[in-house]
Design a protein around this ligand. Structure first.
Ligand code: SF4
Length: 375
């Protein structure tokens, strides 16, 4: 075990590392500048549990209703040998055959062991990649892997489609609706980054097997329900930008050794419980340990990180809590109170605050003029 691994284990404490999935890997890209998140993720800390134990439970999680709806829609798309999906793939990818072969990798001869399923996925995908013209194949429940911060994460895309004489396409099935051809842009963006995780994992699988990673297209097929019915529609999503962001963040996690070195040894966020199920460490102790790792809170954290309420509470009264745009415009002015006093002219700007102070005074003057005109 390296020094860094030992330090990360100590930070996590007695609990086993929390495994990543495509959703958590995609979320790594949401706030790449946050040291706290980078260290918690590299250590495999159970963030929802830590958030709850430190007194600020995460405000989100998929509802049971949403999960059931997602499963029902996926079953519909894949019914009858993926008949609906094949119709879409013919339309979107020009799949030139009436039927594709179909390989279900949910189990291998009754075994659902992750390494066994991954080995079988690798074998079939590699064979298909080298089999040339007649390999039109849909891989259902394939199991891929991706190294995240030195740990292997198992990932299960909805499906991988292989077009004849061309490239693999990842298919992502989502249950949010496309109404009049438009889906919620935030949900599409989340689906794009999640699909990019699968594209990267597929490329790494092919590269490890001596095949060309570029056989995996950087366009993925997003399938979702049309309007208010359950009829699926498909669209191609270009995930090149998401791949770049993802690769940058994963290489940053790989450099976690340098980051961990910056903080004193002995910090622990141990979430172990006593025999009655009560956390052994008090919320205040956990909070004090967490605060050693600097955060970079912004309101976007509320949609992407389980620690958001803790970090929002910590960042209260700071200008950073008002969002990235405010943080950038008011560089050098850390607290809202200071910003208000600079705006009123009550406080004199210190070093590095002159531009922000001028901006604040202009904003205060415009506000006063608007209020006077209105009143
Ligand atoms: S919620 Fe906190 S830990 Fe998570 S990304 Fe935001 S600032 Fe970092």
């Amino acid at each position: 075990m390296t020094d860094t691994e030992a330090r990360l284990d100590q930070i996590r404490g007695a609990m086993p590392p929390r495994p990543h999935n495509a959703r958590t890997i995609a979320a790594l890209t949401a706030n790449p500048g946050c040291v706290r998140r980078a260290i918690l993720d590299a250590a495999g800390v159970d963030k929802p549990r830590l958030a709850a134990a430190s007194g600020f439970p995460a405000p989100f999680g998929q509802s049971r209703f949403a999960i059931a709806r997602g499963n029902a829609f996926e079953a519909l798309v894949k019914a009858d040998g993926c008949a609906e999906l094949l119709r879409l793939l013919r339309d979107k990818l020009g799949l030139p055959i009436p039927e594709a072969s179909y390989a279900d990798l949910e189990d291998v001869a009754g075994s659902t062991s992750l390494p066994v399923r991954h080995a079988r996925t690798r074998q079939l995908v590699t064979r298909t990649a080298g089999s040339g013209a007649d390999a039109g194949t849909l891989f259902d429940h394939p199991l891929l892997t991706l190294e995240v911060g030195g740990r292997l994460a198992y990932l299960e895309p909805d499906l991988i489609a292989f077009r004849l004489r061309d490239r693999f396409h990842v298919v992502e099935i989502k249950s949010f609706a496309a109404i009049d051809g438009q889906a919620d842009p935030d949900k599409v963006a989340a689906a794009a980054i999640q699909s990019a995780v699968y594209v990267l994992a597929m490329r790494e699988l092919l590269a490890r097997s001596g095949r060309d990673p570029d056989l995996v297209a950087d366009e993925v097929v997003l399938v979702c329900p049309k309007d208010f019915a359950n009829r699926p529609v498909g669209a191609l999503l270009d995930v090149r930008k998401q791949l770049t962001v993802l690769q940058r963040q994963l290489s940053r996690l790989a450099l976690i050794a340098d980051l961990v070195e910056l903080y004193p040894p002995g910090i622990s966020l141990d979430l172990a419980m006593d025999e009655t199920g009560v956390p052994r460490r008090a919320a205040s102790e956990l909070a004090a340990a967490l605060e050693i790792f600097p955060a970079r809170y912004s309101p976007e954290c509320l949609a992407s990180c389980e620690m958001c309420r803790f970090c929002r509470h910590e960042a209260r009264a700071t200008t950073a809590a008002l969002g990235r745009a405010v943080r950038e415009e008011l560089g050098g002015v850390e607290y809202v109170d200071t910003a208000l006093r600079l705006a009123d002219g009550e406080a004199k700007p210190g070093g590095g605050q002159h531009d922000a102070a001028a901006l604040l005074r202009t904003a205060a003057r415009l506000r006063a003029e608007s209020l006077a005109a209105a009143g």
